[in-house]
Write a protein that binds this ligand. Structure first.
Ligand code: BGC
Ligand code: BGC
Length: 600
């Protein structure tokens, strides 16, 4: 069972096991704990990576070099790897990033639709192709590890990470999560993590992150004021998953089974709590269920600052997590304090030496499977594929397939090429940052021309050159302006994680006012929604002729225009149930406005 899950053939696996045993033999406790340590790149230098035999360096969201170019990314990661190769045993690091919709921190990379949009496509082959393209963009910059796919099964769309999930249904999430892993790790249909253009995937966050209950997020006073609790932020993210074990297994566990079968060799642990225990302390689920029952033989990484949440005493937190089955710790800042704490715990017998050896073996095994000892750097000859036309074409296909047509009164869509005039409004129609959402260049994302790409407005101009297009972000058209069709983009501004927790998913007052303003100037009104989740539109939709859910399409939103003009059909189907009102979201009852799977 174990070997069938390994990334290598039986002969290769035997050879790797022998190399791991030989290395372990030579390693000091300090070197072992170094391998278990993952540090954020601004908190360490390449020389310190060598001195402490550090196992991994990462960029968090927005952890960019300056200038933010693919070339300087490659140089930055190369320098850390060269540092690691200067360590006594020359064990390579593995550099990690959150490439959750493309290599999204990098200026000029291809930004794919967020997972919510990929869920709407229902297309594993497409998601596999995206996984493969993302791996190539990563490896071009010497990065070998992606903290993706997020295989959460979000059950409450008030969660700010709803868009990171493929949908509310475990089967859908399982199919697409495994497809992404195959694409990122395999070449030519075989499991080949050591292929020079493959990267290590990281399904996350184990387990039940999508099942947290509103209002259960805790704060950790000893970590300082991470967020203010006087608004919606961090109300559900990192909270308590209050379901029984049968439900946990039926809803939240299946994507991990599929991921392991698909070749997952690394998994990230969740901030959430289940059964009265934080996941990072959950020996039964990490060691019993995941490593035991599911036969996961890769390594587990913590989430950012997560072991510090376990206890104000770092030594206790570290010991608890490692004893529960955690193998590598995303410290991420004060790595010296962590190393000191875990060393003291081991020396005092609070963490058995065998547990340390097991953790280090798992980490070294995966590094060997990845071929890092033979080829510690990526392949900078691939730099031209970062944001290449080929990858953008794939992103355009994903955008087209992700669009869900929710309403189309009197067949207003597709628009005719003979349309004389089109009024367009809404800041999102011409704003790359808004269409990309969170986890783009910065952790939170940000509006504005943050990276190259095509907006819906660009796409409309190209698709219908003969149509007179009048654009005003605020919809302030002269009183006598009229058009047969108006198109308004409304929705959500960029956010990430708990910053996006929202109790009320109604359209903003400004968006409602914008819609009313444009309505007066046109015979038919088409609304395009850019959002990470369904929004409540029950009070407004009767006034609209068409509604298209476009999710967070990424850098290639121009592709929406071709579907609006009928060059391609609408194909997407809802990955989340569309609520009629917020009360229904909160208590999970009542008739939805559109059911799960709906799409015209
Ligand atoms: C980092 C993110 C990380 C977050 C966690 C931010 O400062 O940039 O990558 O997810 O902290 O709190
Ligand atoms: C997030 C993870 C992410 C990590 C590193 C955390 O805040 O929960 O999903 O991989 O930061 O950026």
């Amino acid at each position: 069972m174990q070997t069938s899950h390994s990334a290598a053939s039986p002969e290769a696996a035997t050879a790797i096991a022998a190399r791991v045993a030989a290395l372990l033999e030579q390693m000091t406790l300090a070197e072992k704990i170094g391998q278990m340590t993952q540090v954020e790149k601004n908190s360490i230098t390449p020389e310190e990576v060598a001195r402490y035999a550090i196992g991994s360096v990462i960029s968090g969201g927005g952890g960019n070099p300056s200038p933010n170019t693919p070339q300087s990314w490659a140089a930055m990661v190369r320098a850390f790897q060269e540092g690691a190769l200067q360590s006594r045993l020359a064990i390579p690091i593995i550099y990690g990033v959150d490439a959750v919709h493309g290599h999204n921190n990098v200026y000029g990379a291809t930004i794919f639709p967020h997972n919510v949009g990929l869920g709407a496509t229902r297309d594993p082959a497409l998601v596999e192709a995206i996984g493969s393209a993302v791996a190539r963009e990563l490896v071009a910059t010497n990065v070998h590890w992606d903290f993706a796919p997020c295989v959460a099964v979000p059950q409450d769309i008030r969660w700010g990470r709803t868009y990171e999930g493929f949908g509310e249904d475990p089967e859908l999430v399982s199919a697409l999560g495994a497809a992404f892993i195959r694409g990122m790790q395999n070449r030519n249909g075989r499991r080949a993590l050591d292929h020079p253009h493959a990267a290590l995937a990281c399904p996350k966050h184990f387990v039940g992150d999508g099942g947290a209950v509103w209002g259960t997020t805790r704060s950790y006073p000893w970590l300082g004021p991470l967020w203010t609790s006087d608004d919606d932020r961090y109300s559900i993210d990192q909270g308590v998953t209050a379901v029984d074990e049968a439900t946990l297994r039926a809803v939240h566990l299946p994507p991990y089974r599929a991921a392991i079968e698909g070749g997952a060799r690394n998994i990230m642990v969740s901030y959430t709590t289940w059964g009265g225990l934080k996941m990072h302390a959950h020996r039964y689920l990490l060691t019993g269920v995941l490593k035991g029952e599911l036969g996961f033989s890769g390594f587990l990484v913590s989430d950012w600052l997560a072991i510090q949440q376990l206890d104000p005493d770092l030594r206790k937190g570290a010991a608890t997590a490692i004893n529960a089955g955690l193998d590598m710790v995303m410290v991420p800042y004060d790595y010296r304090a962590f190393i000191e704490a875990l060393t003291a715990a081991v020396e005092a017998g609070e963490v058995p030496q065998e547990r340390i050896d097991d953790a280090v073996s798992r980490i070294l095994t995966v590094k060997l499977e990845l071929g890092l000892f033979e080829q510690p750097h990526g392949d900078e000859s691939l730099l031209p594929v970062v944001g290449s036309e080929e990858h953008r074409a794939l992103a355009r296909r994903a955008v087209r397939q992700s669009l869900v047509l929710l309403k189309n009164e009197g067949g207003v869509l597709p628009l005719g090429r003979d349309l004389p005039r089109l009024l367009v409004a809404g800041r999102g129609a011409g704003d790359i940052g808004i269409q990309c959402g969170g986890w783009t260049i910065e952790w939170m994302g940000t509006p504005g021309p943050i990276t190259p790409g095509a907006t819906l407005l660009d796409g409309l101009r190209a698709a219908a050159p003969q149509t007179e297009l009048l654009y005003d972000a605020e919809g302030q058209f002269a009183p006598d302006v009229r058009a047969p069709v108006g198109l308004v983009v409304v929705g959500e501004m960029p956010y990430a994680e708990g910053e996006g927790d929202r109790a009320d998913l109604s359209l903003s007052a400004a968006d409602r006012e914008l819609l009313r303003r444009v309505r007066r100037h046109c015979d038919r009104l088409v609304v395009v929604l850019y959002s990470g989740r369904p929004l409540v539109v029950t009070g407004e939709i009767d006034d609209w002729d068409a509604l298209v859910a476009a999710w967070l399409p990424g850098s290639e939103a121009g592709a929406i225009a071709g579907v609006l003009f009928g060059d391609h059909p609408f194909q997407g189907r809802l990955p989340y149930t569309w609520p009629r009102d917020m009360a229904k979201v909160a208590d999970g009852t009542g008739e939805p406005l559109f059911p799960y799977g709906f799409g015209l």
